[in-house]
Design a protein around this ligand. Structure first.
Ligand code: G4P
Length: 529
């Protein structure tokens, strides 16, 4: 017998779809996000999510640096309603340089949309983000974008998904022509055509057909494209994978959609299919390995991201919490498990681009922003009545390093405060050298984090810093009974992390390998133990 609250939780969780869009810069993520928000009626005008020109500025970009550079640095969350669903889009930084933040955001998503430029195929950043999704085994949906431009052969792209990412695919629709000759797509599930037409090619018309052999297609697309579609469909039917929902759910098979985001072509069908197929919030394991169901009455969640100063008028920090179970109500008291304290959640916020609404209620799958006076850390768990702890989120090995110094020694105190607070947000790792000099080294996943760090140290703490890039490329946490620093001197350096763990930084793969040979008893971990 379920209680009224459990029933409510069941209904509300079932409506939720929480996902992130993963892509390489320029594939069209901002454009697609904007179209999705338009369908949800969340924004009235396209072109407001991100303005690339001076004067217009982005709704999802909060920080000054983002406005200056016209890029989205920090991940944000957008919620909208569509056909009875509550859709939560987690925005991941789209610049070529990204950070641990981007990865961590993916841990809060229940599924991912992988956006690919038809001309470019699978690109570097897509691969990295894909791997994080793969690690979590979440379903991945693919949107192949920019069909209004000449691009690569669709079969070649599907082959690339398999070769490069190791995921099999099931095309939900198939393009008829491409670029100048792009007619539209054939929807395999619903056996219908979606036509790309009108003088400006912006009108979308849907035409029901009997199948891909229907003569209507010949009339519309012409003999050549009709023949081509027939051959390609036959090939897919014979050689392609069948649709298998279980495999989609395990992230082994990706449903593929073709379209053109900027023309709003194929976006609505994609959204509707996605909402139907994508999973609602699932149970999550707590640190004891028990599954915490969304319908569990006691509220629980974890902090996956902390961001400072989203509102320039207030020097506040926001901790982003993913709700796992129970119902959130404004003003409720919860346990901050790590701190062993009871806290009141009085000013929670939900996000739609720049408007930050105070949220009264929220359910599993939702993300809420909690005002943070400095009490939260990434990975913290909050729970009601009992103590529910979710495992700390993974950290990712930094790949770019710099020595940091303060320009004006009198500012040392603010400098230290800035380093402590900003590194706590999790985008930057801080190390100390172990030799005679006590130097501070910062490690990041993407170069942009250094620029953001430098900017924020000045803007928020009034400290000018100097960053001197170091030649290291790899960090390994060293576990050994006795560590001999002299063995980490050639093209490498031994440092300690915040918790005092030993970490060795290496300039090359060769340096790493030779250190491993010299220290056969040591373990070399890519992440903090
Ligand atoms: P991102 O967030 O992934 O970096 O990509 P964004 O949406 O900013 O799109 C990158 C460029 O690709 C933009 O052009 C955008 O208009 C274009 N684009 C997006 N979808 C499509 C599509 O379906 N077809 C075509 N042909 N182009 C598309 P831009 O020139 O960089 O910017 P703008 O001057 O158009 O604002």
């Amino acid at each position: 017998m379920s209680t009224p609250l459990q029933k409510e939780l069941q209904t509300e969780a079932a409506k939720r779809r929480t996902f992130a869009i993963i892509s390489h810069p320029d594939a069209g993520k901002t454009t697609l996000t904007e179209k999705l928000l338009l369908f949800g009626g969340a924004i009235r005008l396209a072109g407001t999510v991100k303005g690339r020109k001076v004067g217009k500025y982005a709704t999802s970009d909060w920080m000054e640096i983002e406005k200056q550079r016209g890029i989205s640095v920090t991940s944000s969350v957008m919620q909208f309603d569509y056909l009875g669903h509550k859709v939560n889009i987690l925005d991941t930084p789209g610049h070529q340089d990204f950070s641990e933040d981007t990865y961590r955001t993916l841990t809060a998503a229940d599924s991912a949309v992988m956006l690919i430029d038809v001309a470019k195929g699978v690109e570097a950043q897509t691969i990295k983000l894909f791997q994080v999704c793969r690690m979590r085994g979440i379903p991945i949906f693919t949107f192949i974008n920019k069909l209004d431009r000449e691009g690569r052969d669709p079969f070649e792209l599907l082959e690339e998904l398999e070769q490069v990412l190791g995921i099999r695919s099931y095309p939900m629709n198939w393009p008829i022509g491409m670029g100048k000759r792009f007619c539209g797509v054939y929807d395999r599930q619903r056996t219908q055509l979606e036509l790309f037409q009108g003088d400006d090619h912006k009108q979308v018309a849907v035409r029901k057909v009997e199948g891909y052999e229907d003569q209507v297609i010949k009339e519309i697309a012409g003999e050549h494209l009709y023949e081509q579609l027939g051959q390609e469909m036959e090939l897919l039917d014979v050689a392609g994978d069948p649709f298998d929902y279980e495999k989609v759910m395990r992230g082994e098979l990706t449903p593929v959609f073709f379209g053109s985001a900027v023309n709003n072509f194929g976006v609505q069908t994609f959204l509707e299919n996605f909402l139907e197929l994508a999973p609602a919030p699932e149970p999550r394991k707590n640190s004891q390995g028990e599954m915490i169901e969304p319908t569990k009455e006691n509220f629980s969640g974890y902090v996956f991201k902390i961001q400072a100063n989203m509102n320039p008028a207030h020097r506040d920090r926001i901790a982003f919490l993913r709700i796992v179970s129970g119902k959130f109500q404004r003003g409720m008291s919860v346990k901050h498990v790590r701190a062993g304290k009871e806290i009141k959640l009085s000013q929670p916020q939900q996000f739609l681009a720049q408007d930050r609404d105070i949220v009264e209620e929220a359910y599993p799958g939702d993300i809420i922003g909690l005002f943070d006076p400095g009490i939260f850390r990434i990975g913290d768990s909050l729970s009601q009545k009992e103590e529910i702890v979710f495992d700390e989120l993974p950290t990712f090995s930094p790949e770019i390093f710099a020595k940091v110094t303060v320009k004006n020694a009198l500012k040392h105190k603010q400098y230290q405060k800035g380093i402590d607070q900003l590194t706590e947000e999790g985008t930057i790792q801080v190390f100390r050298t172990t030799g005679a000099f006590d130097d501070t080294i910062l490690g990041v996943v993407g170069q942009l984090q250094f620029e953001v760090f430098e900017h924020r140290m000045k803007a928020e703490y009034g400290v000018d810093i100097q960053l001197q890039r170091l030649g290291f490329q790899f960090a390994r946490w060293i576990i050994d009974e006795k560590i001999d620093p002299s063995r980490f001197r050639i093209n490498s350096q031994l440092v300690t992390d915040k918790k005092g763990n030993y970490v060795a930084l290496f300039e090359s793969e060769y340096a790493l390998r030779s250190a491993m040979e010299k220290n056969p008893t040591a373990q070399f971990l890519t992440n903090a133990p």
